[in-house]
Design a protein around this ligand. Structure first.
Ligand code: PCA
Length: 157
């Protein structure tokens, strides 16, 4: 039997890509490729999820075991869409990504990709540890986020 090329990936989104959040349109734009919502879920491992920089960007920090099990949404995406998500997250310059076990609302466990931050100043860990991200008027996601840059992490409070 001919082997099947890998054409899709499972991605767990916990931040601005979630439904109702400022970058969700990126996932639904037909020109970006294909995405299918599978289920809501949460990470089986705890992570610190904080909001940082003057752009109020949600960051999942690479400190497994600290923080909370993070709530989000699982999408199956094709190669084109996965590439577009990498572009948005500026992988691998800004966010890195890795596969993590996600517990779905249907009690399944799925291996999904998630975006996370490997290199960050320790003071980001002092910010409130969220369970679930929601854009809010108190900390609005800045529409100029495309100008944001990894160095903001070092310069911003
Ligand atoms: N977008 C990605 C990572 C952080 C963000 O804002 C997501 O929603 O999962």
């Amino acid at each position: 039997m001919a082997s099947k090329a890998v054409t899709s990936a499972l991605v767990f989104v916990y931040g601005t890509l979630k439904s109702g959040q400022p970058n969700h349109h990126w996932l639904t734009l037909p020109q970006n490729g294909k995405s299918t919502f599978l289920a809501k879920g949460k990470t089986s491992v705890k992570f610190p999820l904080v909001i940082g920089t003057r752009y109020n960007i949600p960051f999942l920090l690479d400190k497994p075991g600290q923080g909370n099990q993070i709530e989000g949404e699982i999408y199956e995406v094709d190669k084109d869409m996965f590439g577009k998500l990498d572009e948005l997250e500026e992988y691998p310059k800004y966010y890195d990504r890795e596969q993590q076990q996600i517990l779905t609302e249907n009690n399944e466990t799925l291996q999904c990709w998630l975006y996370l931050l490997r290199k960050f100043p320790d003071r980001l860990l002092d910010k409130p540890h969220l369970t679930s991200y929601n854009n809010s008027s108190e900390q609005p996601y800045n529409e100029n986020y495309l100008e944001s840059h990894p160095d903001d992490l070092l310069t911003d409070p």
